[in-house]
Write a protein that binds this ligand. Structure first.
Ligand SMILES: *Cc1c(COP(=O)(O)O)cnc(C)c1O
Length: 516
């Protein structure tokens, strides 16, 4: 191929060579996970310089493009797929899922419909059935394989909207929301922000939200729920419950909450189970989700606890007619599925799409039922060891010990109030953030100086751990306090990673104290 060819000349050998070369790059990346700092050193400036520049007029050979892509990104890849990453709730990638993901792109099937992608449509159908079974949800529920829980909420809450308004005698598909009975939404004050965005996208508006208080555990308060159900009586209502709070991992009391909701016949119960729904797949943790199968819709991610690559979430809906009425598609040039065939586009907000269920299928088969349970249990055990181990260090305190795979740590400045007093100025500490999320146990206005000193110390220790690169944790504000979030969500995390991370935290505390 010369650089003046308008299109690269590709033959089978070139492609095979390119793919092998790419596989070597991939394996090199994975083998380096425990050797490199978790946090990359690249800055926006260096990355932009390495990857930017003018788009070349003439094409470059594919192997050169790949080699330079690898070189140009090397300094900007956060090793969140490695065993020492404990930030957010990110998840790693199982080998079978990664390999299946490559094939998904290779086959390049448009999994919009059965006619476009017969084999991939069946893979998706089987995957959805397996998931519904594995998570203990009602057989025969419909599902959508979407990009993640964010779009899962959009899909499931659109089904909720159509289902509730249909029951109220309003055809929302034809008439829209203007003039419709106003749907009310009861949500935990600690809900994930993706629920609010789904409500905005769907036209409910966030004013429809009735936030309910959570206790120190992060679970909704049942009396507050009772009052909210009373306050919304007469209006079609969505109750959002949470399997796995993003800070504490707390699970709402599903059985009792759903009993209360069922005292009315116009309440749709939706569950955000982005990572926590997977507790249902573990005999050791299943109790956390007791009663959850009586909800109306659920979302979860495969790209978190199940460790598939990103772009893998699911919305599952018990009322298949409501789901279908929100998302079904028709076009003259799309032959509809016949018999048991399934057209994915009837259940998702998307048209053309990759076969994102394929890596999920591979992950589930490579683990089996027992392997899924073992993966979840190992994440939970490692999270408990990590939070307990860090909490036992001088200068650290476990604020939330994991009930599942999440926990919180706070660091204490030994000089506390005196130091904050010496340069005290409230505006220095204006970072305390209610996050608009309602209840906090500590009002920043009432914070004493030692609280503020601990906030600042916590931030500094976290920043140092990130810089040191032996492990990675992220900051958050919980109940008005700056904390460090701990999340274990990766098959690669071993007890050795846990030990190394505890040592890294101890070293960061010591280094910050030495500076003080
Ligand atoms: C991650 C997460 C979401 C959003 O899911 P995406 O896959 O990022 O779209 C929603 N809720 C909870 C509790 C989460 O952890």
């Amino acid at each position: 191929m010369t650089t003046t060819d308008p299109l690269p000349a590709v033959d089978g050998t070139d492609t095979r060579t390119l793919l092998y070369r790419t596989a070597d790059h991939a394996a090199d990346f994975l083998e380096g996970l425990d050797e490199r700092p978790v946090q990359p050193h690249g800055t926006h400036e260096t990355l932009y310089a390495a990857l930017g520049g003018e788009l070349p007029a003439e094409g470059e050979p594919a192997d050169q493009v790949i080699d330079e892509l690898v070189a140009g990104t090397a300094d900007g890849l956060l090793d969140s797929t490695g065993g020492a990453f404990f930030g957010w709730v990110i998840g790693g990638v199982l080998p079978a899922a990664l390999a299946a993901d490559w094939l998904t792109s290779t086959w390049d099937q448009n999994t919009a419909s059965y006619a476009h992608a017969p084999a991939q449509s069946v893979v998706e159908q089987v995957t959805g059935e397996w998931l519904i079974d594995l998570l203990g949800l009602p057989t025969g529920s419909s599902f959508a394989a979407v990009t993640g829980s964010q779009m899962g909420h959009v899909t499931a809450l659109a089904a909720a909207r159509n289902g509730l308004l249909h029951r109220a005698g309003w055809d929302v598909a034809a008439r829209g929301l203007a003039g419709a009975p106003a749907i009310q939404v009861i949500c935990s004050a600690d809900r994930h922000a993706s629920i609010d965005r789904a409500l905005r996208l769907l036209g409910f508006g966030t004013d429809a939200v009735h936030p309910i208080a959570t206790g120190t555990s992060g679970q909704i308060d049942l009396n507050a729920l009772r009052r909210a159900l009373m306050a919304t009586t007469g209006a079609p209502t969505i109750l959002c419950l949470q399997a796995g709070d993003l800070h504490t991992g707390a699970f709402d009391p599903f059985a009792a909450a759903i009993d209360l909701a069922r005292e009315r016949d116009d309440v749709w119960v939706h569950v955000d189970g982005a990572f926590g729904l997977w507790a249902a797949a573990s005999p050791r943790h299943r109790e956390l989700t007791a009663g959850i199968e009586r909800a109306d819709s659920w979302v979860t991610d495969a790209h978190k606890m199940l460790n598939t690559p990103f772009d893998c979430g699911f919305a599952i809906v018990a009322d298949t007619a409501a789901h279908r009425s929100a998302t079904a598609m028709q076009a003259s040039y799309m032959p509809p599925a016949a018999g048991a065939e399934r057209d994915a586009m009837d259940w998702t907000p998307e048209w053309s799409r990759r076969s994102r269920a394929t890596p999920v299928y591979a992950a589930l088969r490579s683990l089996g039922r027992n392997g899924v349970a073992a993966l979840i249990d190992a994440d939970c055990d490692n999270a408990a060891a990590l939070v307990t181990g860090i909490g036992a260090l001088d200068g650290a305190e476990a604020v939330a010990v994991p009930v599942f795979n999440q926990g919180l740590i706070r660091f204490h400045d030994p000089a506390r109030g005196e130091r904050a007093g010496s340069d005290h100025d409230d505006s220095d500490h204006g970072v305390i953030d209610h996050g608009g999320r309602g209840l906090v146990d500590r009002d920043p206005a009432d914070s004493d100086l030692s609280d503020l000193a601990d906030d600042a110390f916590t931030d500094r220790v976290i920043a140092r751990i990130q810089r040191d690169g032996q492990a990675w944790f992220g900051p958050a504000t919980w109940r008005g306090m700056h904390v460090m979030r701990v999340s274990v969500c990766d098959w690669r995390t071993t007890p050795a990673h846990v030990e190394r991370a505890i040592e890294a935290v101890a070293a960061a505390i010591a280094a910050e104290l030495a500076l003080a």
